[in-house]
Design a protein around this ligand. Structure first.
Ligand SMILES: NC(=O)c1ccc[n+]([C@@H]2O[C@H](COP(=O)([O-])OP(=O)(O)OC[C@H]3O[C@@H](n4cnc5c(N)ncnc54)[C@H](OP(=O)(O)O)[C@@H]3O)[C@@H](O)[C@H]2O)c1
Length: 308
């Protein structure tokens, strides 16, 4: 058995939501890692039970205090954050504490599209701002880029989605709907990766000697026309398709913004950005790790295959 001394001490920040949960699952079974989970929950939260059983150390941290975060980070090599930076304070304090504690490397909560997309989406504005702070921190750092979560294709499926406590929504395409609106021509490349595989890629990436700035991964990079084709085959029926231009999507985004529907605006912005290739992720981690991710068709079969 490998001694704790030889293991890489890693902190995962944020556990109770789906992504952090899936990453935690992958980290705790990696024998080369010693895992600490930062959470606002207490150890009594049943969601944490498998991680405690799996040997993770749970730290209920105070994100308002750089000093206490810094003492919780003593001796840590790698910090991976999943906190969506709606408010930058907890994330910023974490970075300051990581620097103060002498942490070697830091991954902010990216897990989406390319840098250009962060500049474009209103609700990713803080991701962009924080990315510059991470770059200036002096730490080794990287952005995990994933494209769209493949898990969203399980929305409304006959097989219940139980991979993680993730809030799944039909962000891009409602697989079960008879009528589907496709952004662009449907032939633009889009990357999809499942939360499970993101966990596997992140766990493997922690073992890499050196991190480049971009740690892209792909369950599969495909097109929406191909996804629809696969869904038609698996569900055994044809769908009615209409195509919408990015210009129209941007117009809708503005209309949604004018009525204060910020999430509706975000969805329109994402759909327009995908047409422009901002969700086509270079799969660096597929090339340098042994992870064998789930592709779109395999995923659709798992959740929708019982209807074939
Ligand atoms: N590519 C895609 O399709 C896609 C889809 C969804 C999300 N994402 C990305 O995945 C990442 C995680 O998203 P999410 O929606 O799960 O984020 P989130 O709601 O912020 O949750 C992430 C974790 O952060 C902790 N947390 C939440 N609010 C916090 C706060 N105010 N202070 C400190 N900790 C807090 C929670 O852990 P504890 O309760 O354990 O403290 C939670 O498990 C984001 O970067 C997001 O953009 C990508």
């Amino acid at each position: 058995m490998m001694s704790t001394l030889n293991k890489i001490p890693v902190v995962l920040v944020g556990v109770t939501n789906g992504l952090g949960y899936s990453i935690a699952k992958a980290l705790i079974v990696n024998p080369k890692l010693s895992v600490t989970l930062f959470t606002r929950s207490s150890e009594a939260n049943p969601i944490l039970e498998p991680f405690i059983k799996g040997g993770a150390t749970i730290k209920n941290v105070d994100y308002t205090s750089v000093d206490s975060l810094s003492s919780a980070l003593q001796g840590i090599h790698t910090v991976i954050s999943t906190i969506f930076p709606v408010d930058l304070t907890p994330t910023r304090n974490l970075l300051k504490a990581a620097v103060a504690a002498g942490v070697k490397r830091f991954a902010p909560s990216e897990f989406a599209f390319n840098e250009e997309a962060n500049a474009e989406f209103d609700i990713f504005k803080n991701k962009k701002e924080f990315w510059e702070e991470v770059r200036a921190s002096g730490l080794e750092y990287a952005a995990f880029r994933t494209g769209v979560f493949l898990d969203f294709f399980a929305t409304g499926a006959p097989v219940k989605y139980e991979e993680a406590p993730l809030n799944i929504i039909s962000l891009i395409l409602d697989i079960g709907a008879e009528e589907k609106e496709i952004p662009g021509t449907g032939d633009e490349k889009v990357t999809f990766t499942s939360a499970h595989d993101i966990g596997e890629f992140v766990s493997a990436a922690v073992l890499l000697e050196k991190w480049p700035e971009e740690l892209g991964m792909a369950g599969e990079t495909t097109t929406l026309n191909q996804v629809v084709h696969d869904a038609e085959e698996i569900l055994g029926r044809k769908f009615e398709l209409t195509y919408v231009t990015p210009q129209e999507l941007r117009k809708r985004a503005d209309e949604k913004g004018a009525t204060g529907d910020w999430f509706g605006r975000f969805i329109c912005q994402v759909r327009a950005a995908l047409v422009e290739g901002k969700g086509d992720i270079k799969p660096y981690l597929n090339e340098v790790t042994d992870v064998k991710p789930t592709g779109v068709k395999e995923f659709l079969k798992k959740y929708w295959g019982t209807q074939a």
